[in-house]
Design a protein around this ligand. Structure first.
Ligand code: SAM
Length: 354
């Protein structure tokens, strides 16, 4: 009896509302209906905010998640792999302690003070970062990085770092009225967000795992996956995640070997995606499907304004799988990346031919 209903045990946990371009959080109920009940091991190949990996975990699946950006992998470690580690007041005393190595931990101040944050806030972020390794448990460290990244996103207008207007907007009374976070100290934002993250941590009694790899390198190493969810960047809109979220990656990686370029101080060179340029996307999508033949069921998210178009996508999958197309129309443009009113979210259900 328990087996039949075990997928419902964890649905009362609440995934902390993400602020991430292209997050499928708002589509999770719709996507959930196409996840086969009997699929035991589930892969979220382009995890991003980890919203669908979290859904897999809630459904009791052994969840394998992946994203080539390190800050997204930290969310995967904190919310997917992690069974029970939470941040308590003792941990907060450590995190909010003074900078334990100011000579080494001053990158955020050097790069981003008076650009995205005041100098005082940038100094605070550096000291917090210096203390993360002092937490005695790697999952606590991932959780601290995750909640801080979310706080930094909330602090900045538009929730991304591809513009240079953060401090201009943060001084605009009309914007402040609409969004108090612009003038809320980062420490306060962190403390407001933390309970939601602590409460989202649970054990689904599976060996869940978060990877930080290019999916084309990871796929050949994986075995015994029952279902894969593919939500690649949409090539013609907002595909360049490293321009939008470079600051979070720099905060987590604390780069020593990068240049920092243009007005936003984005790190250079970027990581190689292979899915964010129209010239490369088709070749790499083909390769990805070829490498996924050992996985019986694939769910592929797409938006009908994406590149390549949906017919091209289906033509790439059909040599390997039978494809059915499900659509959900956007009534407004508030669904995140690509969610123009009148366009629709597409899910390709790809199964082995009978
Ligand atoms: C559309 S978003 C995924 C959104 C996710 N489903 C969610 O709900 O938040 C695409 C993700 O692919 C990641 N990505 C881009 N190229 C990748 C690659 N070659 N391998 C793995 N991840 C990649 C990006 O960092 C981004 O987080």
């Amino acid at each position: 009896m328990r087996d039949l209903f075990s997928e419902y045990d964890y649905l009362s946990y609440v995934f902390p509302e993400p602020q991430y371009l292209g997050s499928k959080h708002i589509h999770r109920g719709w996507i959930a209906q196409f996840i086969p009940v009997h699929a035991h091991v589930a892969l979220d190949a382009f995890g991003g905010s980890q919203s669908i990996a979290y859904l897999f975990k809630q459904l009791g699946k052994r969840t394998i998640t992946n994203d080539f950006l390190s800050f997204n992998n930290q969310i995967g470690k904190a919310l997917i792999e992690n069974r029970s580690a939470k941040l308590d007041s003792k941990d907060l005393n450590i995190l909010f302690d003074r900078n334990c190595n100011p000579n080494e931990f001053n990158l955020m101040e050097k790069l981003f003070s008076n650009l995205f944050f005041s100098q005082e806030e940038a100094v605070f972020i550096d000291s917090f970062r210096s203390n993360v390794p002092r937490l005695d448990n790697p999952y606590k460290q991932s959780l601290a990085l995750t909640v801080m990244c979310r706080s930094l996103t909330r602090k900045v207008t538009m929730g991304h770092f591809a513009h240079t207007q953060a401090l201009v907007y943060a001084a605009d009374p009309a914007r402040i009225k609409r969004n108090r976070s612009l003038v809320t100290p980062i420490k306060t934002l962190f403390l407001e967000l933390l309970p939601g993250y602590n409460n989202a941590i649970f054990d689904n009694n599976q060996e869940n795992k978060s990877y930080n790899e290019n999916i084309l390198d990871l796929l050949p190493k994986l075995k015994n996956i029952d279902i894969a969810y593919f939500d690649p960047p949409y090539c013609n809109s907002h595909a360049d995640y490293q321009s939008f979220y470079h600051l979070l990656e720099t905060f987590v990686e604390y780069w020593k070997d990068k240049d920092f370029v243009n007005g936003t101080k984005r790190y250079e060179p970027k990581r190689y995606s292979g899915f964010d340029k129209t010239s490369e996307a088709i070749g790499n999508l083909k390769r990805m499907f070829e490498l996924s033949q050992h996985i019986p069921t694939w769910l592929v998210s797409y938006n009908d304004r994406s590149f390549p178009d949906i017919e091209t996508m289906i033509a790439m999958i059909e040599p390997y799988r039978h494809v059915e197309t499900e659509r959900k129309s956007y009534l407004s443009g508030r669904g995140g990346k690509g969610s123009v009113a009148g366009s629709s979210e597409v899910l390709l259900i790809c199964t082995i031919r009978k």
